[in-house]
Design a protein around this ligand. Structure first.
Ligand SMILES: [Zn+2]
Length: 199
């Protein structure tokens, strides 16, 4: 949506890794293997890919979605940006309560075949739980997700939370209430970006 509205390229580590895999690069195949095992791709690889992407696409503005997630990643990003003679204008902190996260996860339907996810509140799918992409069965995620959630929340509190201070100190942090519907959240994000985009 950001790309469509502002013409600014958006990426995330996940998107970059998927593209590497689709292109069949050695790194793409290696990292696909790592994620398939359920392991995390190392910061060193992620940071390298982000730098390559920035050199190719970041000349006229860029947005990272879900990156950086840790202090070491944020510090590496700062050094890359310094090397490229650019800097961040804005860090949007999407605040979502634990309650909202739980509600969204328990209301989530996932295609057993291709992994497409939607929510039970999307009436279209609640009525006929079939995947729009591959006709696979849409099922509720199971209890495993709750233990995964606990781990993620712990990781968020220890590893990601410190970023609020990091970006607060350089005065680019803006908080957005993420406990509302998509439209309300996106309209706030749009307004923040608009203030930074030269007319
Ligand atoms: Zn599917």
């Amino acid at each position: 949506m950001i790309t469509r509205q502002f013409g600014i390229p958006v990426t995330s580590p996940g998107a970059i890794l998927r593209r590497e895999k689709d292109l069949g690069t050695p790194l793409g195949l290696e990292t696909a293997e790592i994620t398939q095992r359920g392991d995390l791709v190392s910061d060193k690889i992620i940071i390298g890919l982000i730098e390559d992407w920035l050199r190719l696409h970041g000349g006229h503005g860029f947005v990272f979605d879900g990156f950086p997630r840790t202090l070491p990643q944020a510090e590496s990003l700062q050094s890359i940006l310094t090397r490229l003679h650019t800097s961040l204008d804005l860090a949007i902190w999407l605040e979502v309560s634990e309650e909202t996260v739980r509600a969204r996860i328990s209301g989530r339907l996932q295609c057993r075949s291709c992994g497409f996810t939607t929510s039970v509140t999307s009436a279209k799918f609640a009525e006929r739980p079939v995947c729009p992409y591959c006709d696979g069965p849409l099922v509720r995620r199971n209890d495993d997700d709750i233990s995964v959630l606990q781990t993620r929340l712990r990781e968020f509190n220890t590893k990601t939370q410190p970023l609020a201070d990091f970006y607060g100190k350089i005065s680019i942090l803006r908080r957005v209430d993420g406990n509302r519907d998509r439209e309300a959240v996106f309209s706030d994000i749009s307004r923040l970006i608009e203030e930074k985009v030269p007319a």
